[in-house]
Write a protein that binds this ligand. Structure first.
Ligand code: NAD
Ligand code: UDP
Length: 369
C-alpha cells in the first residue's frame, strides 16, 4: 500500500534532526518489521535521517499508518520509506517485503505482541505471533540470502533476579509467556547463528519511555495504559483521575518497584549502531546486549521526576502489588558500551518533558486526527 493512500493535509512544520549522529554507512536498504510502532517509528526516523531506504512491514495491529506519515514528514526528504501492509506470519506478505525495489541489507524485527497479562490469558497467540512470526521472517531471510538481523528482546527474560548487576550471562528465568516467547526466539536465532553466516543481535530492552522531542511521534497505547509512563502522562492530561501505584512493600528503598527507564531516542540510536556494528563484521556473529541506562528508578522517583520536569502534580494511591511484577530490573549496559560504543545519554527530565510534549500535542494519540 502506498503511504500516500493515508496522506492527510495539514502537516506541521518540518522539524530539525534530533538524533545524535553516529557513523553508520549511508545508503543501505533495511526491512523494519513493526516499524509503525512505538520503538519502530523512532528507529525508522533515525535511519531515514541517516539516508537509508526502508521497507516497513506492519499489520497495524497496535499502531497507526499516521505514525509513518509523521516519520516521513520529520525525515524531511532524507532516506525513503515503503510500506508493505501485512502480517509477519504471512509468508506471502514477507515475500512482498523482500521483493520490493531491491535487495535488503539487514532487518530489524520489532513486530510482535508485548502485553504480559494478555500473554498469560492467550499464550498460543503469543507463541504464534512472536515465535512463529520470527520463524517466518528468518526463513524468508535465508531464502533471500539476507542474514543480518536485529531482534527486539526484553529484560523480562531475566525473570525475578536477585543478584545485580544484571549482565547478559546472568541466567534467564522468564516467568510469563511473553518473556518465554522472546527467549525462545533468542534461542532459535542462536541456533541459526551456529549454522551459517548469520550476523544476529538480540537487544534486551529495559523500559523505553518518552517520545521524539518534536511531539509528533510517541507511544500510543490502546485503551487503559498498562505501563507506568503513559499512565502518568494521561493523569497529567486529565484523562485519568489518579495513578495507582502497584505496591509499596517491595524490598526497595522506598518500597515501590524499580525499573531501568530509558529514552526511546537513545534506544532508537542503539538500533542504528547495532546494524552498523553487524554490517562491519566479516564473520558469523551472534550477540546479546542489554539496552538500558544502568540506573534504576522507583515508581515514586519517576512520579516526582515527572512533577519536577513538568510542574504538574500527579495524584496517586498505593494499591496492592500487580501479579507478575518483580521488585527490580536494572541493566548492566557495559557490554553495549564496549561492543557498540552506545550509552544512554538522555535524562529522566528529557524523558518526562518529551513524553509530556507528545501527550499534550496528541491527547488521543494518532486517533485524534
Ligand atoms: P508496539 O506495539 O508499539 O510496536 C509493535 C509493532 O508491531 C506495531 O506497529 C504492531 O502493529 C506491529 N505488529 C504486531 N503484530 C504484528 C504482526 N503479526 N505482523 C506485523 N506487524 C505486527 O511495541 P513497541 O513498544 O514498539 O515494541 C517493539 C518490540 O520491542 C516488540 O517486539 C516488543 O515485544 C519489544 N519490547 C518492547 C518493550 C517496551 O517496553 N515497549 C520492552 C522490551 C521489548
Ligand atoms: N506501575 C504502577 N502503576 C501503573 C503501572 C505500573 O505502579 O499503573 C509500576 C509497576 O508495578 C512497575 C513499574 O511501575 O513497578 C513499571 O511498570 P511498567 O508496566 O511500566 O513496566 P514493566 O512492569 O513491564 O517493567
Amino acid at each position: 500500500m502506498a503511504l500516500a493512500d493515508h496522506v492527510k493535509s495539514g502537516f506541521a512544520n518540518l522539524q530539525q534532526n534530533c538524533f545524535h549522529q553516529h557513523t553508520i554507512h549511508v545508503g543501505h536498504r533495511f526491512l523494519i518489521t513493526g516499524g509503525a510502532g512505538f520503538i519502530g517509528s523512532h528507529t525508522a526516523l533515525g535511519l531515514m535521517e541517516q539516508g537509508h531506504s526502508l521497507v516497513i512491514l506492519d499489520n497495524f495491529d497496535n499502531s497507526s499508518p499516521d505514525a509513518l506519515l509523521r516519520v516521513e514528514e520529520l525525515a524531511n526528504g532524507s532516506g525513503s520509506l515503503e510500506l508493505v501492509e501485512g502480517d509477519v506470519r504471512d509468508a506471502d506478505a514477507m515475500e512482498r517485503a523482500f521483493q520490493s525495489n531491491g535487495p535488503i541489507d539487514g532487518v530489524i524485527h520489532f513486530a510482535g505482541l508485548k502485553a504480559v497479562g494478555e500473554s498469560v490469558r492467550d499464550p498460543l497467540r503469543y507463541w504464534d505471533v512472536n515465535v512463529n512470526g520470527s520463524r517466518v521472517l528468518a526463513a524468508a531471510m535465508e531464502r533471500h540470502g539476507c542474514k543480518t538481523l536485529v531482534f527486539s528482546s526484553t529484560s523480562t527474560v531475566y525473570g525475578e533476579p536477585e543478584i545485580f548487576p544484571l549482565r547478559e550471562q546472568t541466567p534467564t528465568a522468564p516467568i510469563h509467556p511473553y518473556a518465554q516467547t522472546k527467549l525462545a526466539v533468542e534461542q532459535m536465532l542462536s541456533a541459526l547463528g551456529r549454522n551459517g553466516a548469520w550476523r544476529i543481535a538480540s537487544l534486551r530492552y529495559f523500559n523505553p519511555v518518552g517520545a521524539h522531542p518534536s511531539g509528533r511521534i510517541g507511544e500510543d497505547p490502546l485503551g487503559i495504559p498498562n505501563n507506568l509512563f503513559p499512565f502518568i502522562t494521561q493523569v497529567a492530561a486529565g484523562r485519568r483521575d489518579q495513578l495507582q501505584i502497584f505496591g509499596n512493600d517491595y524490598p526497595t528503598p522506598d518500597g515501590t518497584g524499580i525499573r531501568d527507564y530509558l529514552h526511546v531516542m537513545d534506544l532508537a540510536e542503539a538500533h542504528g549502531m547495532t546494524l552498523d556494528h553487524l554490517l562491519k563484521q566479516a564473520g558469523p556473529t551472534t550477540l546479546t546486549l542489554n539496552i538500558g541506562t544502568g540506573h534504576g528508578l522507583s515508581v515514586l522517583e519517576v512520579v516526582h521526576g515527572f512533577e519536577r520536569a513538568t510542574g504538574i502534580t500527579i495524584p496517586y494511591k498505593v494499591v496492592p502489588r500487580r501479579p507478575g511484577d518483580v521488585p527490580k530490573l536494572e541493566a548492566c549496559p557495559l557490554k553495549a558500551k564496549d561492543t557498540l560504543g552506545w550509552t544512554a545519554t538522555r535524562t529522566l527530565d528529557d524523558m518526562c518533558r518529551d513524553g509530556w510534549a507528545w501527550q499534550q500535542a496528541n491527547p488521543m494519540g494518532y486517533r485524534g486526527e
